[in-house]
Design a protein around this ligand. Structure first.
Ligand code: BES
Ligand code: MN
Ligand code: ZN
Length: 493
């Protein structure tokens, strides 16, 4: 989709559809007033009659405006002007995009950006418009025998009334497109069934990215390499599976190789049955999304490839299945991690931390300035904070603050939860250095504590996306979340 910038008067714009924000209160303001004038007072009439409403997210398509400007107007309720927050702006963008999609409009100009909260600034105003609209138009139908009709909208102009905002808005559009493309890749990988999206499939995608972008380079390690590297924890998880595991390494080099990279590790369990500690059947299909950390990291790398910022990033993605079989790891087995520490596997369903710890030790060989892991790690995180916030765990306040800020700027928010060493008490083992699972209470922090034992003093943060990586029920599907937060963070360095 194209997103040009338009600064002309809304009433004179030649467009198939002007998207116009309506606020509560008697007087029309901004773009709505101008469109009202060229339509001979039609908008006022529609509001007075109650056909148009300023309730947040309510939309009304006005098909024949008359006059020589826009052919149609899409009135979008935005609530009280004084309460128009970033979140409401996103709600309005979503509602507008859904209506444009349903109406089959091919080209439109949105004046929601012209009315967006000024505190966001033109960069985020434009970026959010692009990300949100692209998100609404995302479709996954590659496995439907009859593909859904292709949505018509090919061009959404970003209407601005302030000419001084144009260059910042253009930067926001460029970044928004790259982030939207990264999210779309992450969603595709997440939505593909587990018999298609295997560890090798993820590896192929990493290779394809490296081919497409000049400063991306991919390395794919197989199980022989993992044995050579003594990745006993990662190997113990894949042990019961027929499907071969992969360790995917993607290097993004945007500046001198002397500069320390940021390391990103993404959990890539392409299907999590729980292993011998088998999960119960209800909703087990959703465990195909257990690779959304990996998908998010690959999405971020794609966005970096597009934007070419002057930083270095190394992505390390451990990818495997967690299956039960005669060869699978048993509860009670003890394995030696690449770090040399031994782990008693009390629950084979706590597999994410086992593949991540070896990936993190591997990532540390690149001497990163920050180590950030992303994982659908614990059901406990979902119980704690639901599906609104990503759980953020870190022993480094500065890094934690920077990630929280990137999340709130991007409307891809994270909430900090504790990782204090006391959470390690329940990982005590009589037989190994520690266990992979402890008590249920505080399970998300216990998992984070487990990972903290593998960071060797490197500033580290752990993002638990178990609650936000996908939606369940009627709109079941991957969200691409964490791509906006992480890309924003990396661009801010
Ligand atoms: N992939 C799951 C976590 C998960 C569960 C994410 C449900 C989203 C929804 C993870 O591998 C897991 O099974 N974790 C266990 C850990 C426990 C055994 C210590 C959990 O959360 O129950
Ligand atoms: Mn599990
Ligand atoms: Zn898992």
């Amino acid at each position: 989709m194209e997103f040009p910038v338009k600064t002309g008067a809304p009433g004179r714009q030649k467009t198939a559809c002007a998207v116009v924000p309506i606020f509560e209160g008697k007087a029309l303001t901004g773009p709505a007033r101008e469109i009202d004038v060229v339509s001979g007072g039609l908008l006022k009439k529609l509001i007075r009659s109650g056909d148009a409403s300023a309730e947040v997210g309510r939309c009304l398509m006005v098909p024949q405006l008359g006059g020589s400007g826009p052919s149609r107007a899409l009135l979008v309720g935005c609530g009280k002007a004084g309460e128009f927050s970033a979140k409401r702006y996103k709600q309005a963008l979503t509602a507008a995009a859904q209506t444009l999609k349903r109406a089959g409009i091919a080209e439109a100009t949105s004046y929601l950006p012209a009315a967006a909260p000024q505190a966001l600034g033109p960069y985020y105003i434009a970026r959010l418009a692009v990300e949100t609209t692209s998100g609404v138009f995302y479709q996954f139908d590659e496995l439907k025998s009859r593909a859904a009709a292709k949505p018509k909208l090919a061009k959404l102009a970003i209407g601005l009334t302030d000419k001084a905002a144009v260059s910042e808005a253009r930067r926001g559009i460029t970044h928004g497109k790259a982030i939207a493309a990264g999210m779309s890749l992450a969603k595709d990988l997440g939505n593909r069934p587990p018999n298609v999206c295997t560890p090798s499939h993820l590896a192929q995608h990493a290779r394809a990215l490296a081919k497409r972008y000049k400063n991306l380079r991919a390395e794919v390690l197989d199980e022989r390499d993992m044995k050579r590297l003594k990745m006993g924890a990662l190997l113990s998880v894949t042990q019961g599976a027929r499907e071969p595991a992969r360790l995917i390494v993607l290097h993004y080099q945007g500046t001198s190789p002397k500069q320390a990279p940021v390391a990103l590790c993404g959990k890539g369990v392409t299907f999590d049955t729980g292993g011998i500690s088998l999960k119960p059947p209800p909703k087990m299909d959703e465990m195909k999304f257990d690779m959304c950390g990996a998908a998010g990291v690959l999405g971020v790398m794609a966005a970096l490839g597009e934007l070419q910022p002057a930083i270095n990033v190394v992505a390390v993605v451990p990818a495997c299945e967690n299956m039960p079989s005669g060869e699978a790891t048993r509860p009670g087995d003890i394995v030696r991690t690449m770090s040399g520490q031994t782990v008693e596997i009390l629950n084979t369903d706590a597999e994410g931390r086992l593949i991540l710890c070896d990936a993190m030790t591997y990532a540390l060989q690149h001497k990163p300035r920050y180590l950030i892991d992303v994982a659908t790690l614990t059901g406990a995180c979902v119980i704690a904070i639901g599906n609104v916030y990503t759980g953020l765990f870190s022993d480094h306040d500065e890094l934690a603050e920077a990630l929280l800020a990137a999340g709130s700027r991007s409307l891809d928010p994270a909430w900090r939860l504790p990782v204090d060493e006391e959470y390690g008490d329940s990982l005590k083992s009589n037989f190994a250095d520690f266990a992979n699972a402890g008590s249920r209470e505080g399970g998300a922090s216990i998992a984070a504590n487990f990972l903290s034992r593998f960071v060797e003093g490197t500033p580290w943060a752990h993002l638990d996306i178990a609650g936000v990586a996908w939606k369940a029920n009627a709109d079941k599907g991957a969200t691409g979340r964490v791509v906006p937060l992480l890309t924003d963070f990396l661009l801010s360095l």
